[in-house]
Structures are given as C-alpha cells and as structure tokens.
Design a binder for this molecule. Structure first.
Ligand code: PGA
Length: 244
C-alpha cells in the first residue's frame, strides 16, 4: 500500500484530487466509485473548483456509490443520494443518469442487492474512494463482515449509529439498516483511494495498514489490493509505525 501523510485536511484534499485527476486524465469516461461522510467533502470541493476553473468535464464519467440507508428517499436530506447531489453531482456536469447508488426505498432488499451487483459488473471501477470508520469499517462493512460479500444489507452497529447521530435530529431517527457494497465489491475496483482524517481514526488506520488481515478489521483487506493508496493527515497517521 502506498502511504501519503499530509499536514492537514486541506492538503489531504489536494493530494486526493491529484490521484483522482490522474484517473480522469487517462480516461474521460472513467467509472468513479464514490463515498459519503465528512472525509471526502474536501476532495469534492477540489473537483468542483477544478471543474469551474479548468473546465474538466464529467459528461462521460459514470459514478457508483458505496452505500445507502434503507428507508430513506433520495429527497431526504440525510440520504446518501442527497449528499452526493449536494456536494458533487449538482456542481459538476455529470449526467444524473450516470450516477448510481442503491435504492433506499427498494421493497425487495435482496433483489436490490443483486441489481446493484449487476450495475457494478457492468461498470468496472477505475478508482474506488473510501473513508474508514473508527472501528475499521469500510462503507457499512462492520467488523466481522465476511470478505467475500458483495452488495448486501447490514444492521448498523450501535457505534456507527452513534457516530452518525450527529447528522440527525435525534439518535432514534438514524436508520438501523443500510445497503452497502461488500468487501469483495470494493476490492474489485482497479485502484483504491483510502482517506483518513483525525486522531479518532489513528488506531483503525494503524491496524488496517500494519495489523493482521482479518474480517474483524474490515479495512485490513485493503492490504491485499495491488493498487491501494492511503492518504492520511498527521493525526490519522500518528500511530503508524515508521520502521516497518
Ligand atoms: P467520516 O466517515 O468520513 O464521516 O469520518 C467515514 C466512515 O465512517 O467510513
């Protein structure tokens, strides 16, 4: 795994943009695997700033997202579809028809998972962007998730519900279930860009990069990916051992 440590979140966003930019320069119809959460917002701002300044076009780009809450409509301001429109899709020239995410309102969850697997097979990702949870989760793959899962429905852990409660009026409003790409789906991307910001991620980052590869720490599977880049700010990188 290639590791880049930045002094702060702003520098992290700029570095992440350099990686994303190189993918877009190679292929104007690239397939981007995108992520929600607070970590990628700086990167999306860089993408928008570049689009406005340099005219980089996303007209032929396709985007597939990692996960979506079960039960939330695209109009719900806490849905991940809404997040992506607000932070990126509505600010660049991507065709909305070329943006894919699980359907939070799907009535047949199993059928929705298989539909999304088919989308992912049809659109092999040139890059997959990832954040990491303080417990080492990637997307909504919580500790203990088998590595061979593709798109599936998860019951969120209490820890994740509490972490996400800050975005909702009250904790009881946080959906209890979510659709998520599985570890196998994530690993199918040609390149993976893992971003981590803040001291509360330091332990998970160290375990993911230098600990044993185990489903107990879902992000550790990334050690097996042939082209994975971690960009972490100094705080998130603070527990990485330098002499390995
Ligand atoms: P965050 O979430 O970017 O909001 O820290 C990352 C994650 O939990 O995967």
């Amino acid at each position: 795994m290639k590791i880049i440590v930045t002094k702060d979140q702003k520098e992290l966003a700029v570095e992440a943009w350099q990686v994303m930019r190189s993918v877009l320069l190679q292929k104007e119809d690239a397939v981007l695997g995108l992520a929600t959460g607070s970590t990628p917002i700086g990167l999306y701002d860089e993408m928008v700033a570049d689009h406005l300044k340099n005219g980089t076009s996303y007209r032929r780009v396709r985007a597939v997202n990692l996960d979506e809450y079960v039960g939330l409509s695209p109009q719900n301001d806490q849905s991940y579809r809404y997040f992506m429109k607000k932070h990126l899709f509505d600010r660049i020239d991507i065709d909305p028809e070329s943006t894919f995410i699980e359907d939070g309102l799907a009535t047949d969850a199993e059928a929705e998972c298989r539909r999304y697997d088919a989308v992912l097979s049809r659109l092999p990702r040139d890059i997959q962007l990832l954040g990491i949870g303080a417990n080492g989760h990637i997307a909504f793959n919580e500790p203990g998730t088998p590595f061979d899962l593709t798109t599936h429905v998860v019951d969120l852990t209490q820890n994740t519900i509490q972490m996400n409660a800050r975005f909702f009026e009250k904790e009881s409003d946080v959906p209890r279930r979510a659709f998520t790409m599985g570890p196998k789906s994530i690993m199918d991307a040609k390149k993976i860009l893992l971003l981590a910001v803040g001291q509360n991620k330091a332990q998970a980052v160290a375990a993911a990069v230098q600990g044993p590869v185990t489903p107990d720490l879902p992000a550790s599977i990334l050690q097996r990916h042939p082209d994975c880049i971690l960009i972490a700010d100094e705080a998130a990188a603070s527990l990485l051992k330098k002499d390995l």
